[in-house]
Design a protein around this ligand. Structure first.
Ligand code: CA
Length: 228
């Protein structure tokens, strides 16, 4: 599947040049000529990356970035700052941009940044499952709802995070280190033991026979694996 990029840039010739450049590399490119339209497209469309100019009519790139993050959109954002001023870069990164590029730049520089960002995003985030069924369980992650034979089951937030992390990587062995980093982000006081306890709770709540789990498997010495 082709990766989708939204380009928010008000200068028509720059937009056209960059759009041609990215299209030539096989990306599907959509453009928006001002901040307001950029925000609207970014919020509604499915993009893998947004190339966001800072100086835009109607709404600045900073504001677009701030609002996207405020609404929980975690799409990758590459900001184009017109000046090489440190404050612009710092503000952009603080508002949640993933990287920035100072204008003027050479086309290969933009392509390199875009590729690097997309690689990072793809590696970090496999597609997230919204609804999922296994055994007698139905899960709606968006609503944080878990049903067993149609009756609701209470999962703590971390149990649900852990389950989602495993289901997003179903069929693959996920190491203990990755689970501690991905689910708990190495919070102080969280140990390998915490992980095992949460796994035990999940099995207790979701498996027909928690002693002999069919879905949440232990991979000895490595970590855990979810099988449908
Ligand atoms: Ca501009």
């Amino acid at each position: 599947m082709n990766l989708r990029i939204l380009l928010v840039e008000d200068e028509p010739d720059v937009a056209l040049t960059l759009s041609d450049l990215l299209t030539g590399e096989g990306y599907v490119v959509d453009t928006a000529p001002d901040g307001a339209q950029g925000l609207e497209r970014a919020a509604s469309g499915r993009f893998d990356l947004i190339v966001l100019d800072v100086m835009l009519p109607k709404m600045s790139g900073f504001e677009v970035c701030r609002q996207l993050r405020q609404h929980g959109k975690d799409v990758a954002i590459l900001m184009l700052t017109a000046r090489s001023q440190l404050t612009d870069r710092v503000v952009g990164l603080r508002l949640g941009a993933d990287d920035y590029l100072t204008k003027p730049f050479e086309p290969p520089e933009l392509l390199a940044r875009v590729e690097a960002l997309l690689r990072r995003v793809k590696k970090e985030k496999p597609p997230q499952v919204v609804e999922y069924d296994f055994g007698r369980i139905h899960i709606h992650f968006g609503r944080a709802e878990v049903l067993k034979d149609g009756s609701p089951i209470n999962l703590a937030a971390k149990e649900l995070d852990l389950l989602r992390y495993l289901i997003d990587r179903r069929g693959k062995v996920v190491s203990r280190e990755e689970l501690l980093e991905g689910v708990w982000e190495y919070q102080p006081g969280v140990s390998s033991r915490t992980l095992d306890v949460h796994i035990a709770w999940l099995r207790q709540k979701l498996e027909d026979n928690p002693q002999n789990p069919r879905h949440i498997h232990t991979v000895r010495g490595v970590g855990y694996r979810f099988s449908p």
